[in-house]
Design a protein around this ligand. Structure first.
Ligand code: UTP
Length: 297
């Protein structure tokens, strides 16, 4: 690693959104705390951080999000209670939720968009590269996506974002990249050089069928681009706009990630994630499969 290219130690997890697609469940509780099988949605992203060697997680929170802070805090009374009741396994599980990570919290006082949420973390990130993980997206694959993006950044000094192939009929739901193959890379055909990004294009205007999935590793210069980004539709500052400038001026990789992406931020995506992950559960996955097979449709 050259001296200028730093190791990726920090991750920003924006969780300040209003979760409107999930109302009424999200009226009084954060979407990111809804349980998928047996743990809150946000815990999947934090576990990906731990598996990726991240040391410091920065949550960008908003009103009504205290449950997230409590979830990742120590709970000595609960642990003691479980120990005293002869449940050391559960006590360990509770203790290990925070995985030795350092957590910081900053508030986005208004949900002005994902780009704005990332910009809110600027002071806590400082002058070093960092990962961004969307808390309502679960990556389910052979290796942690964020680790792969960190490897690409640490080898090249250029930011990287995860993408996946999406059906043409669904590209209007994604940020879509215009990219060309990277030359002679150790990631082979999975690594692309981004020329441009388009936010939620119509199917016939989309430059490709590769959609951005919600995992990023970015250099600190992204903050300058976000600061100069004008609010777009709905007054929101889009991360895509900052990424466009970054791609043009400093370069940006796209990594075709082999993991399956579960976008659990809306009701149908959430149900699909729940069913697929429940089927893989070592304790009751087989029973659940038998139950589903026996259902009459
Ligand atoms: P989403 O667009 O999926 O979340 O943003 P949302 O805005 O809460 O959802 P809807 O569209 O109203 O249903 C992806 C992630 O970015 C965070 C969200 O909390 C979510 O985890 N986010 C989004 C912010 O932190 N701030 C924002 O201004 C917008």
């Amino acid at each position: 690693m050259s001296e200028k290219i730093k190791r990726v130690r920090k991750a920003v997890l924006p969780v300040a959104g209003l979760g409107t697609r999930f109302l009424p469940a999200t009226k009084a509780q954060p979407k990111e705390m809804l349980p998928v099988v047996d743990k809150p949605l946000i815990q999947y992203a934090v576990e990906e951080c731990i598996a990726s060697g991240i040391e410091h997680v920065i949550f960008v929170t908003g009103r009504r999000k205290y449950a997230i802070e409590d979830h990742f805090d120590l709970a000595p009374e609960l642990e003691q209670f479980l120990e005293e009741r002869g449940k050391p396994g559960l006590a360990r599980m509770v203790r290990e939720i925070s995985g030795g990570l350092h957590f910081s919290y900053t508030r986005q006082s208004e949900a002005l968009g994902l780009g704005h949420a990332v910009l809110t973390a600027r002071e806590l990130v400082g002058d070093e590269p960092f990962a961004v993980l969307l808390g309502d997206v679960i990556m389910d694959g052979p290796a942690p996506t964020t680790r792969a993006l960190c490897d690409i950044y640490e080898a090249t000094g250029v930011g990287a974002i995860a993408v996946e192939e999406v059906e043409r009929a669904r590209v209007h739901l994604y940020g879509v990249i215009d990219a060309s193959p990277a030359e002679k890379s150790k990631w082979g055909v999975r690594l692309l050089k981004v020329r441009d990004l388009v936010e939620k294009p119509a199917a016939d205007k989309a430059p490709s069928n590769l959609g951005v999935t919600g995992r990023y590793v970015l250099p600190p210069e992204i903050f300058d681009y976000l600061e100069n980004t004008k609010p777009g539709a709905g007054g929101e500052i889009q991360l895509t706009d900052g990424l466009q400038a970054l791609a043009r001026e400093r370069g940006l990789w796209a990594y075709i990630d082999p993991s399956k992406t579960h976008d659990a931020g809306d009701k149908l995506g959430f149900l699909k994630a729940t069913v697929e992950l429940a089927l893989k559960n070592p304790d009751f996955g087989d029973d659940f499969r038998t139950y589903l097979r026996g259902m009459k449709f």
